[in-house]
Design a protein around this ligand. Structure first.
Ligand code: AHM
Ligand code: MG
Length: 354
């Protein structure tokens, strides 16, 4: 590098150091209008929640109330971890002060949580999974938070939030926070997918990767193969295929955000299909699958239930589950092809019997 080049390089790296999340949102929207300001403020609030959660996680073995279970059960009948409850409350208290959000809906709450003082002006709903992959908390492995923002439609007089029961294209922003060796926030507002890394010395999320694109094909398949006995034959066909072909490698952490992040970065496919015990799979549409599907499509990948584009699915209820196949275009299509083959075979068998 010559001395003449040096100031330019320094200027660029300084520029990078200064690209905070709220500034990035405004740059992406190329506007200072009310909606752009709202989105920037909303993302700023999510970043604050992420920093508070990250702070507690980083000292989890040392502070009270970070490890273990509360003793309670959530609406899905799952045991609630102390971090689930803590992180859920963090999002609520952070958004109480935002003025922008009238309602929050999460994995940990049976019904949406209303912030009446915000409702006259709060035009948005935050839907979130406060701690995703919480079985990893007690063993100090990666976990995440997933979020989605939708505009509130109508005045929701009945308090049933029925306007939330619409497809994933209604999301105006989505993303996740990955609590790993570093804390990352990955988001999209429909203008590509961008990642930020928390710089603890600044206490700020700083832009680390812009316009992330997933390869059309990748080597990784990510699924819980312990469920083999519970899967439909089509999913077993796919697994037999990857076991018998060179070029595939399995990775599964038990925390969707981490597994998704790896797929987004390196290509491949994450699959959580229906099982005997959970015919619709385990993952919830509104605050797990749909936000990640929004990101994946923005990154040039695909998300499917196996028979339908994930973003087209209209949930029946707040906590509806769907099977999830998400990742590189070609890898998602390969899994779908096994599902279609089996569906065709059973249709033909039915016709020949009649
Ligand atoms: P959670 O939000 O209650 O933690 O559950 C969701 C998690 C996902 O992060 C992960 O992909 C999946 O459950 C793992 O499930 P399993 O243990 O059945 O493989
Ligand atoms: Mg979850």
């Amino acid at each position: 590098m010559t001395d003449i080049d040096r100031p330019l390089v320094e200027e660029h790296s300084l520029d990078r150091d200064c690209t905070t999340l709220s500034r990035h949102v405004l740059q992406q929207l190329q506007s200072f209008n009310a909606e752009a300001q709202d989105l920037s403020a909303l993302m700023n609030r999510i970043a604050l929640a992420a920093k508070i959660i990250s702070r507690r996680l980083s000292r989890a073995g040392l502070v009270e109330g970070a490890l273990g279970f509360t003793g309670g059960m959530n609406v899905q009948g799952e045991s609630v971890k102390k971090m689930d409850a803590y992180a859920n409350d963090v999002f609520i208290s952070v958004f109480k002060q935002s003025g922008l959000v009238c309602r929050l809906a999460s994995e940990e709450m049976e019904k949406p949580y209303y912030i009446p003082e915000n409702c006259p002006i709060g035009r948005y709903t935050l839907i979130y999974d406060p701690i995703d992959g919480s079985s990893n908390v007690d063993i100090n492995l990666n976990i995440g938070s997933i979020f989605s923002i939708r505009k509130q439609e109508g005045d929701d007089i009945d308090g049933n939030a029925s306007d939330l029961l619409q497809n994933g294209h209604k999301q105006i922003a989505a993303g996740y926070v990955l609590y790993g060796p570093s804390t990352m926030l990955v988001y999209s507002i429909g203008t590509g997918v961008h990642s930020f890394t928390l710089d603890p010395s600044l206490g700020e999320f700083i832009l680390s990767n812009e316009n992330i694109k997933i390869p059309d094909h990748g080597p990784i398949y990510s699924m819980n193969e312990g469920n083999f006995w519970q899967w439909e034959e089509s999913i077993r066909d796919y697994i037999r295929y990857v076991h018998r072909h060179e070029g595939y490698t399995a990775r599964y952490s038990g925390a969707l955000v981490g597994d998704f992040h790896r797929i987004l970065s390196q290509g491949g496919v994450f699959i959580y299909p229906g099982t005997v015990k959970k015919p619709e799979g385990k993952l919830r549409l509104l605050y797990e699958s749909a936000p990640l599907a929004f990101l994946m499509e923005q990154a040039g990948g695909r998300a499917s239930t196996g028979t339908q584009d994930l973003l087209e699915v209209v949930p029946e209820a707040l906590h509806t589950r769907t099977p999830l196949i998400i990742g590189s275009k070609e890898d998602v299509a390969l899994v779908e092809s096994f599902i279609q083959d089996r569906a065709r075979e059973s249709k033909e068998a039915l016709i020949s019997r009649s």
